[in-house]
Ligand binder design. Structure first.
Ligand SMILES: [Zn+2]
Length: 159
């Protein structure tokens, strides 16, 4: 009897704990994100992140990618990368820079799939000048990983 109550309490506690951990992770990421936004845009960005309009969806996607998918957060986010979301509430961070990996906003057309970058806002990364496009950074990392794997397999091969 006592045990059952204890264990159900423990389960309930760990659920709440998980939720709490996720919330802490999210709020920490929002905090780190806002610290990288220039002070002149920080209040509007913060308001947008907690809103369903005004670019909040795109900005929240970006913070989510930073919090859970290890997306690159630059020390200082250029204003133009933030302003796109504040001006275009349909903008989503679906491109990225091939070189530094920062997420790049694109204008998402509701009824068409943009796969050729026609709706890209930035042909070059405003941070480092690298090429931007769909998953360029990740495909480059995978390519490098594969090359490294092939090299280590070669090394293991008996001669
Ligand atoms: Zn870059």
């Amino acid at each position: 009897m006592h045990n059952t109550i204890e264990s159900s309490r423990t389960n309930f506690g760990s659920d709440a704990e998980n939720q709490n951990t996720a919330w802490v992770r999210w709020s920490n990421s929002v905090e780190r994100f806002l610290a990288a936004v220039s002070p002149s845009l920080r209040d509007r960005t913060s308001a947008a992140i907690s809103s369903v309009n005004n670019g909040g969806v795109g900005l929240r996607n970006w913070v989510t990618a930073i919090a859970w998918r290890n997306s690159y957060l630059p020390e200082r986010i250029p204003n133009e990368l933030i302003e796109v979301y504040l001006v275009d509430s349909d903008a989503l961070p679906q491109h990225e820079c091939e070189t530094c990996g920062v997420a790049i906003p694109v204008r998402v057309q509701r009824y068409s799939q943009d796969l050729d970058g026609r709706n890209a806002y930035f042909a070059a990364c405003p941070i480092c000048g690298g090429r931007t496009g769909w998953y360029l950074h990740h495909s480059k990392l995978i390519e490098q990983g594969e090359r490294r794997q092939i090299e280590s397999l070669r090394r293991l091969k008996p001669r």
